[in-house]
Design a binder for this molecule. Sequence first.
Ligand code: ADP
Ligand code: MG
Length: 180
Amino acid sequence: MTATGGGVHAYIGIGANLGDPEAQVRESFVRLARDLPQTRLTGRSRLFRNPPMGPQDQPDYVNAVARLQTHLPPLELLDGLQAIECACGRERDGTRWGPRRLDLDLLLFGDQQLELPGLQVPHAGIAERDFVVLPLLELAPGLRVPGLGSLEQLAQRFDGAGLLPVMEPGEAVATAEGRG
Ligand code: ADP
Ligand code: MG
């Protein structure tokens, strides 16, 4: 559904490493734009391939971030994100940082700091995760993370060496044509 201006900018961290991770991340953009009431998808980063956090005996991740403009309260937005995870075939087996078809984390909800049952915002892992901070910087360079300061400052601790940009559909064709 379409939101008519106003609302809050929320940022979503997206990750997948089972099935066809790239396809699931792209599908999540479609669903974020289409399945959440009172919400618009207003931007997204590129996709990045990235080694797993935690248990190493699992496939690489594909990660990205998206920006929403929403009139939903934060817990309803989280419900909507979890419904999209389920629609994309996510099964929760309780393993933290375990493999998954789709993980949607609510990174930021405007400038709010929230400690609710089942929801901490800003998301607790932001500062340590290059696959969150660097795509966020690409999408919203001037952003401030409540309680942590500027994104630009957070990004200084990462060199991005582990993040491999995934080619966009059509990119290879454009390059080949460019050469011809
Ligand atoms: P993780 O992403 O840490 O690997 P899950 O996606 O399974 O793990 O999430 C576990 C729980 O984390 C969810 O049930 C949710 O209630 C809670 N949670 C707390 N804060 C957030 C947040 N900002 N975004 C998403 N989930 C959150
Ligand atoms: Mg999660």
